[in-house]
Ligand binder design. Structure first.
Ligand SMILES: [Fe+2]
Length: 135
């Protein structure tokens, strides 16, 4: 199952939305590489991109929260840290076992589904706050 970008995922903040779009694409690229048997090199390349882009995006999103004095930043940061660990663990697993059905299921549930939920429940609140602050 690939993840589809839709208006339901838009927070209304142009930078956050464009980075989320890129993240959703990164998850889909990894899933495609795993499912279509594109080989270890391609799986590793898409995985490494997902790992690095996740960190970059979270860093930028946290800066936007700092700049706008977002009150829930400490909690949001913890959510990000938890997810970075999930992605790192999955990366280790994939490199050891290759794209097993179990690993693919983890990409869908623990990465893709988590992201969609996080965007809609948490990131939407940041975008609304930034807008309220007139930034
Ligand atoms: Fe976030």
């Amino acid at each position: 199952m690939a993840f589809t970008w839709s208006a339901a995922l838009e927070t209304g903040h142009i930078t956050i939305d464009s980075q989320h779009k890129e993240l959703v694409k990164a998850v889909n690229d990894l899933l495609t590489a795993c499912k279509d048997g594109q080989g270890a090199d391609k799986v590793n390349a898409t995985l490494n991109f997902l790992v690095s882009y996740t960190k970059r995006h979270f860093g930028e999103e946290e800066k936007l929260q700092e700049k706008s004095s977002y009150p829930d930043l400490p909690n949001h940061r913890k959510l990000h840290e938890g997810f970075v660990k999930v992605v790192a663990d999955l990366s280790t697993e994939l490199k050891q076992t290759g794209p097993t059905p179990i690993a693919i299921n983890k990409i869908v549930r623990n990465i893709g589904d988590w992201l969609v939920n996080h965007i809609q429940k948490e990131d939407a609140k940041i975008a609304a706050h930034i807008k309220k602050m007139g930034q």
